[in-house]
Design a protein around this ligand. Sequence first.
Ligand code: HEC
Length: 406
Amino acid sequence: MKLKALLSPLVLAISGACLSANIAVANDAGQDIAQDTAQLDVADSLREQQVYRRDRPLWKEPQDTTMAMNDPDLYAWRLFIALNWPGNRDNCKADRNKEFGAEGYATWQLWREVEQTFLPKAEEPKSWRDACRTATDAELFDRPTDPRYTTLEDEDTRLNKAAYNHVRDNKLYSRDEQERLVKAGVKSLVFPLKAKEAKANWVRIEEADKPRYHWVETVQDGVTEIWGLAGLHIMTRDMPKWHWSTFEHVDNETRWPSVYPEAFRGWDEVPSVDRASCPEDNLACNKFPEGLGIEGTRWENYRLRGSQIDWVDNRGNPTVLPNSKIEGDFDQGSMSCMTCHALAVKGESNDGHFPIGLNPGVNEQGLPMGYIGAPDPELFLDENGEEVNYMELDFMWSLRHAQREE
Ligand code: HEC
């Protein structure tokens, strides 16, 4: 319970610069402070260069460290648009000839799923090209097993080409290989800057909901089911500690929490923070950015809940960022993408990938809590306080799905 006391005030996401230019700044004498305005102009022009540069079309999967650092919320939306662009099944890339919002699989759905990456007996997974060519509908949509809402097993986790090839080329799909690296003294894996991963959750919807959702239709035992995208996590390796963002359908705010209170936590506990869409004095406005082609499409019903690029804000307050659906089984106020993912490490011989004392307790409702802020060094020691030889998995929890060679 002690941890709970440390959680306030909750602060979501960090953004480098204040980007709303419509702030009147006056000094004691009532004059405009020219320098401050100049600062805002600089930020504005930076934003323009980044968003509207001709060689960076919106459909193209971005790798933009500068933008990820300086304008993390806008970068999150750029990722959202590129990754949700209708995909081309022939090459598993965005189909530039299609309009954003057109029906069909989103580009990230054409990426490789965890289940196709970490095969039994650590068999080598298919080349990206072969896997792409042979992908079946069942591989592109991992049907949740619970008809009402999805559980942990129903997460749809996918690696983009750079992440997949890195796992494949370095045999990281093998638990034995991971252990060989630990023994050889490798302290941390390093994924390439283009590496990206997405994790989605779906909810069962009705025919009438279709225009407001990104959806997939499946037939199960002769019954047609429609699944709507409820939540989407995106992590990109643009920076050593990654860029983190999470999106939710607007129905997650009140509609689904009233239908499935045990699966959807709502947005009250941790409000959204979106500097790309909201005025500086109301960052929880829950809108989407205009002028990027989102309006009028099904995607205008999705919201950025926040992005994260540091453990703490500039005042030292831990940053907090849950997805009220994907982390629906957890205490919302103690969710920090980075802090939890920093615990993805591998020991020399331990069989599991949860070698560390992952037990921060439960909240008053009995929901498991997480860690926030900079990782606690003690978590990486054994019960005698001795350092354990861990290899950091570069924040990639899914590497715990690596299999034994025999
Ligand atoms: C309390 C711990 C925790 C928190 C908080 C958390 N995650 Fe995760 N995340 C996990 C675990 C564990 C997995 C691996 C699940 C599995 O076994 O496939 C995972 C998987 C993922 C994946 C799939 C790729 C991978 O290898 O890790 C993405 C993407 C992801 N999380 C993004 C996020 C984002 C974005 C946030 C914050 C909005 C977040 N996570 C918050 C624990 C957490």
